[in-house]
Design a protein around this ligand. Structure first.
Ligand SMILES: [Mg+2]
Length: 98
C-alpha cells in the first residue's frame, strides 16, 4: 500500500521503536477524539474531526510499517496485508451478523 514497505526499509527504527511510536500515535488519536467529541476536560483543546482523521492515518501508517518490518519482502508484505485484512474483516462481519 503506497510505498510503506520501501519507506520502512529506509528508516532505521527497530521493531520495538515502531511499537512505541504506535502507542504514541494511539495516544494522539485518543486525545483528538476526546477533544473533538467534547469529552469532559478535553474539549478546550479544540480538535476537530479533521484532526481525528489525521491521527487515525498516522496510527495506520505506523501500524502498516510494523507489518512491513515483520515481512521479509515486498511480496510477503502485500500478500499478508491482503490475507490478514480479508480474514480479520470477515471475522468482524461474522460478529456483526450474530
Ligand atoms: Mg500523530
Amino acid at each position: 500500500m503506497f510505498n510503506i514497505f520501501e519507506l520502512t526499509r529506509k528508516d532505521p527504527k527497530t521493531l520495538q521503536e515502531r511499537a512505541l511510536k504506535l502507542a504514541e500515535e494511539a495516544g494522539e488519536l485518543a486525545q483528538a477524539v476526546l477533544s473533538a467529541t467534547g469529552a469532559p476536560g478535553s474539549g478546550y483543546k479544540n480538535h476537530s474531526l479533521e484532526d481525528v482523521r489525521e491521527e487515525a492515518v498516522d496510527a495506520a501508517i505506523v501500524s502498516l510499517s510494523i507489518l512491513a518490518q515483520a515481512s521479509s519482502s515486498r511480496a510477503e508484505f502485500d500478500a499478508e496485508l491482503e490475507r490478514l485484512m480479508e480474514q480479520k474483516c470477515a471475522k468482524w462481519q461474522e460478529k456483526l451478523a450474530e
